[in-house]
Write a protein that binds this ligand. Sequence first.
Ligand SMILES: [Zn+2]
Ligand SMILES: [Zn+2]
Length: 361
Amino acid sequence: MAGDVNFPEALLAPMPQGRVAMAAALPVLHEYGPSVRIGLSAAVPQAPISEAGLTGQERLGLQAFRLRLNASYKEAKENRPYKSASWGGDGGQPRLHRDRHAVIPPAVPATADPNAAQAAPPVRRLAGRIAVGLFIVSGPGSLEMTDAQQQKIIAEVQNGLSFLGGQAPAKDVTFTYDIQVVQIATPDTAGQHPIGGDPYEHFEAPWRDDALTSIGHPAGLSGIGSYIKAIRTSKRAQAAYCAFFTHYQLNHFAYCRGDYIVMHYDNDGWGTDNLDSVFAHETGHVFGAPDEYAESGCDCGGSHGVYGRPNLNCENCAEGGGVSCIMKRNTWAMCAETPYHLGYTMPAATGVAASGVAVEA
Ligand SMILES: [Zn+2]
Ligand SMILES: [Zn+2]
């Protein structure tokens, strides 16, 4: 077992040269390139692999997997701070979301036409090939992202997404990565955000836009959109999203803005050993899963994700507060509703046909 998510994972044999990714014999959880793929398999975790000729990204994925196999990494996970604690911050831990917002509405570009129709946000499904763009944003001085920190980020994302991929009933989720380590000279954002402005955008925009333009995409939300579209196409993925990891000052240490996630490396009081679970939780929001902890103000109604299911495990109304779930607590558990919210491929008998059933108040 790698990390603490309790699925058997192993490095798969490299794909033969020139072959495109076809249906693999074993479910592929993580794909860093043709030579480094990690699958659900009870085989020896690490078959010998020729490391000469690996791309930088494949190397990062392989090193992350090795890190997750280390006894010290697993021990740190066993002893992670605030294990099983609510994301609501009821025990001294920081509340995961500010202002009860699971998803912060996208910033409105300064040049936006106020009469333009707001495009409906895309409904994503956590099924099939999912392109994950990871920006590791390294700045000057104390904002530098060291090699060890880059490694840690890739391992944490891998651990968190092993949970989300491994939980898929059909075992049909493959996370295929585009890792961008960008070095920029942007100074940290100082001072308060202007009154009336978007505080998230105030802290995020300077370094985010420099990161986007440094890899040839436009600044602003259009750049995020074009980047996500590009990786979705190049990875032949059914869905795509991206995440930024940084030391830059943020309005909040972790948040989701629909298409993308922003995370501070320190992860506030949760600490870096919880980057995996916070990332998995935020990814849940990208795919339409609602919060379930009491302080989020959730209720048991609503229509979430592609199956349009209510939030029946919401702590405020589920019997006895409901069961443990990644959308409620810092834990590798999932309630019966979150799989539908995420849009997993569900067994037919309980799938789409079951949605739309009236919920008793
Ligand atoms: Zn949340
Ligand atoms: Zn749940």
